[in-house]
Design a protein around this ligand. Sequence first.
Ligand SMILES: Cc1cc2nc3c(=O)[nH]c(=O)nc-3n(C[C@H](O)[C@H](O)[C@H](O)COP(=O)(O)O)c2cc1C
Length: 367
Amino acid sequence: MTKLISKPLELPAFVTPNRVFMAPMTRMRAAQPGDVPTDLMVDYYTQRAGAGLIVTEGSQISPEGKGYADTPGIHSDAQVAGWRKVTDAVHAAGGRISLQLWHVGRLTHETLQGGQPGVSASAIDFDGTVTLKHADGERYTAQSPTPRALEVSEIPRLIEDYRRATRNAREAGFDMVEIHAANGYLLQQFMSVSSNHRDDRYGGSLQNRARLPLEVVDALTDEWDAAHVGIRLSPMIKFGGLDDADGMEMGLYMAAALHERGVGYLHLCEPDWAEGPALDSAFRSGLRNAFSGIIIGAGNYTVAKADEMIAEGFIDAAAFGRPFIANPDLPRRLFEELPLAEVDFDTVYGSDVAGYPQGYTDYPTAD
Ligand SMILES: Cc1cc2nc3c(=O)[nH]c(=O)nc-3n(C[C@H](O)[C@H](O)[C@H](O)COP(=O)(O)O)c2cc1C
């Protein structure tokens, strides 16, 4: 029987030849100094160009938006030039690629912020760690410090950082951008009651907590257009000290607001991959009723789960994360029911030498 995930999909901005998307995955291999995409990253993404759509690893919109060692940015000319090589090669291989725009908020460390803590919705002490590297390249995890609450007067500058990142992404040849409003990073820190105790127009009611992410959406749809702006949400995820008490309600509210704005896609990072609950059918159908555009599901997907969710009308495409690390030709393997290789988790987050290929570009194809 033909698998539904093997069928083409019409997004507002372009058509994808299949519905097996590559989920965004931080791999911590950008060149230093400068957080610049490398030629090895060109190879890595090009090997995976068979995906219906690649969503890149989170790429920080500004130095303030960085929270882990060796993650790539999208705020400098050198970074744009590095990404340009990636997009050119992915396009030459027949692929499509969306850049994930990342601001980590409080999930950072003072060593990445000139001795300062990160910024967030509120100055709330929390339990969250980030992965850093010693000067010799050895990895370690560190507790994030209590963040500083962003002033209302800083919000226009923050939104301009998102705009500049989007201009840069266009210049670098990306097919779309994806706003990272998931996994407990800055925009979700504003959305969640546990991390947002503000009493101004960015805090308190659900509408106020959703204001910043929606202002970012509005700025970026103005900067490019709605079709080229996607967004990732993870209602109810437990990550980075988050406890999203009204996460489901927020997810449905955001879905309705995004429907009105006609964004290119809504990418659902399902919470069960990171200690959150499994989403139930009531939430999935609520989401579908609120948002009639393209919904991408991600998190512990198999062909069977993806086809079932597509058949139910809950999602239009499935993004695969971990399986894409070890299987560069994942769509073909899924369509032809070939065996899948296992991920070596020791090498997922890079190594001591920038550009180190082990566990990155050396996973073979099925052939
Ligand atoms: C190594 C790794 C890095 C990740 N980095 C990101 C990221 O940069 N941005 C993001 O939104 N999600 C990130 N995720 C979450 C994935 O996009 C995906 O939602 C998750 O892995 C569940 O999908 P899977 O079960 O197919 O792996 C990461 C996951 C892994 C395993």
